[in-house]
Design a protein around this ligand. Structure first.
Ligand SMILES: [Zn+2]
Length: 117
């Protein structure tokens, strides 16, 4: 006597361990003799395995890409290793720029000023 195929939902519950033990035995016996149910169970088990280890497949490739990008960038020199003349030149040019702004401010601004007091 051959039992009818269980539903996909019941096979999923079997994989989840959500079926009474005597029913689980019956379902496993059926799956052993039924290629369709056996394939369905194997597919469910593969899916469960993939869900249980989602990062195992993707992490190594991602990490290699990040490390490769980090390795291709030239390292930044620490501040003490930068030449001091560059810092002095940057400071002087900033000072010159601010002096230009101060000397080029229109005189009109001063005439418009009216004390409130
Ligand atoms: Zn079957």
């Amino acid at each position: 006597m051959k039992m009818p195929c269980p539903t996909a939902d019941e096979l999923t519950r079997l994989l989840d361990g959500d079926v009474a033990e005597h029913r689980a035995v019956t379902l496993r016996e059926h799956a052993n003799s039924c290629p369709a149910c056996q394939a369905e169970l194997h597919r469910g088990q593969r899916l469960l395995t993939r869900i249980a280890t989602p990062l195992a497949d993707s992490r190594p490739a991602d990490m290699e890409g990040v490390m490769r990008r980090l390795g291709s960038r030239p390292p930044l020199a620490p501040p003490s290793a930068r030449p001091r003349w560059k810092i002095a030149a940057a400071t002087l040019s900033a000072l010159a720029a601010s002096l230009c702004v101060l000397t080029l401010v229109p005189k009109q601004v001063e005439t418009d000023f009216q004390p409130r007091g």
